[in-house]
Design a protein around this ligand. Structure first.
Ligand code: COS
Length: 383
């Protein structure tokens, strides 16, 4: 299907595609096996200006929109969701600054992220605050000219690898979600450390750690936006980033179909290639339909967000649910088409199936996305 990309958009696809084909795909199995952070590949992506896509030009970026980042992430998703997640998490980490940060904060942090000199990360989740995002326990108390943070964030992507962390903490517990505020914490701040790297089912190239704050002292001007607006900034950040996760799903689904179709043409059973059997053809056809429907929805969502960036929760969640549930189905079916070979680590589809699972969980489970969509429908039909 032709999506009529502009010259600039096609350029983003071509650059991300080249890095994916030449650098990510040849190295993904090793990165996965060694749980190795793809620092070199990410640096090359930065040199190719991919990290600058969501950052305005005045801060050294490309000044792109949601559709631009979606196009890049689709290509990276075709290669490796671990690498794509490390990249996406850096964007996630800077969205709070883009939405609510001061001019000084933007000038201080964004150019280094755009150039790839520094990575960013986003700290929301805690042991007892996953889906219930406003149930966080990390606190920030103002003491003279410094904020003092205490608490532990869990499962933070780019933990230990990032230099800039945007973190949400409670500044007034009595105010519920209106009592949360966001802060920038830098690597090396006193009282701030990261836990050991978690061992994961998939996306092993990405780093996932705790962020530990023990009387962590940061200057007063690290508060992002106004005190008490942290939860709103978190929600806006997730609304903006979820189409990117959907795009990783589209790329992953496409990669799984490509592997399965090539295999089905080569694999001979009962005297003919298995692609000649209707049972296999129908599986491949369903995969192709699912992928194209997801791509269309994700592209349309991203274009809508670029044109009308307000009230995007419903469409953002819809694209995330649709494309990531698709990625889980399609990667599972790719393993099925390839049978015993698909189950072996020698072929890439078993990793794809392991990687797909997280897309249905992180940045809000697909059950939470359905709650968001349901709440929005409730509002729409009340009118
Ligand atoms: N944009 C702006 N503001 C929003 C918003 C959005 N998308 N969603 C909610 N808000 C505002 C609400 O308007 C409300 O403001 P008021 O206090 O003025 O009424 C406030 O935020 C609280 O909203 P709500 O009552 O809906 O919050 P809940 O605690 O019920 O939480 C969900 C709602 C479940 C949607 C939220 O907790 C969530 O998204 N959870 C998933 C979190 C997640 O993705 N975790 C994974 C992180 S991996 S990076």
């Amino acid at each position: 299907m032709d999506y009529f990309l502009s010259e600039e958009q096609q350029m983003i696809v071509d650059i991300a595609k080249q890095i994916t084909d030449e650098r990510i795909i040849p190295n993904r199995a090793e990165l996965d096996e060694k749980h190795a952070f793809p620092r070199e590949i990410l640096s090359e992506m930065a040199q190719a200006d991919l990290f600058g896509i969501p950052i305005p030009e005045e801060y050294g970026g490309f000044g792109g929109g949601c559709f631009d980042i979606v196009l890049a992430l689709e290509q990276l998703g075709r290669g490796c969701i671990g690498v794509g997640t490390a990249f996406a998490a850096s964007s996630l980490g800077i969205y709070p600054l883009l939405f609510s940060g001061s001019e000084e904060q933007r000038r201080k942090y964004l150019p280094d992220v755009a150039s790839g000199k520094k990575f960013a990360a986003f700290g929301l989740t805690e042991a007892n605050a996953g889906s219930d995002a406003s149930g966080i326990n990390t606190t920030a108390v103002l003491d003279g000219d410094e904020w003092v943070l205490n608490g532990t964030k869990q499962w933070i992507t780019n933990g230990g690898e990032a230099q800039i962390y945007t973190v949400v903490a409670i500044t007034d517990r009595s105010k519920g979600p209106r009592g949360a505020s966001m802060f920038v914490v830098e690597e090396g701040d006193p009282g701030f450390s990261c836990g050991p790297k978690e061992k994961k089912m998939g996306i092993r190239a990405s780093s996932t750690t705790e962020l530990i704050f023990k009387d962590c002292r940061i200057p007063r001007d690290r508060l992002i936006g106004r005190q008490g607006t942290g939860f709103i900034t978190v929600m806006k950040t997730l609304d903006a980033s979820r189409p990117g996760i959907a795009a990783l799903g589209v790329g992953l689904g496409q990669a799984a179909l490509d592997e399965a179709a090539v295999y089905a043409k080569q694999r001979v059973q009962f005297g003919k290639p298995i692609i000649g059997f209707q049972a296999v053809q129908h599986m491949l056809a369903n995969m192709a339909i699912d992928i194209e429907a997801s791509r269309s929805l994700v592209y349309c969502t991203a274009r809508h967000i670029d044109a009308h960036p307000k009230n995007i929760s419903k469409i953002s969640s819809m694209s995330k649910v649709f494309a990531t549930d698709m990625a889980m189905r399609v990667t599972t079916d790719a393993v099925q088409v390839m049978g015993g070979y698909g189950y072996m680590c020698e072929y890439p589809v078993e990793k794809m199936m392991r990687d797909a699972k997280i897309l249905q969980i992180y940045e809000g489970t697909n059950q939470i996305q359905r709650n968001v969509i349901g709440q929005e429908l409730n509002k729409e039909y009340a009118r």
